[in-house]
Design a protein around this ligand. Structure first.
Ligand SMILES: [Zn+2]
Ligand SMILES: [Zn+2]
Length: 104
């Protein structure tokens, strides 16, 4: 991913937004940019969206109310708790997911 076109960013030396030229990327994942006005070289940590760790997925097992031999798996993701019981699949909610939400 070479980007040689100057990019507007804040220069710590000039204390204003100025075009910077891309020099190189560091092993740490930062990129070095050089101010086109004063020549100051500044490493910038680039925030790569896809390097953000996904939210850990939490799972919980719950027993069926009617049959203790049956367990359902509750899974928490960004939108909340999901359950794999028939009630949840049918209605999109169930006592298990509600309980898990209440206990959060
Ligand atoms: Zn500068
Ligand atoms: Zn359920």
């Amino acid at each position: 991913m070479e980007n040689s076109s100057p990019m507007e960013m804040h220069c710590d030396a000039c204390r204003k937004i100025l075009p910077h030229e891309y020099l190189s990327s560091l092993a740490s994942g930062s990129e070095v940019w050089q101010c086109t006005v004063c020549g100051l070289r500044e490493p910038r940590s680039t925030k790569r969206r896809n390097s953000v760790a996904p939210e850990p997925i939490i799972t919980k097992e719950v027993q069926s109310n009617s049959n203790p031999d049956i367990t359902y798996l509750l899974t928490k993701d960004t939108s909340g708790w999901r359950c794999d019981c028939p009630g949840y699949r049918y209605r999109g909610k169930c006592t298990h997911s509600k309980e898990a939400t209440d206990n959060d």
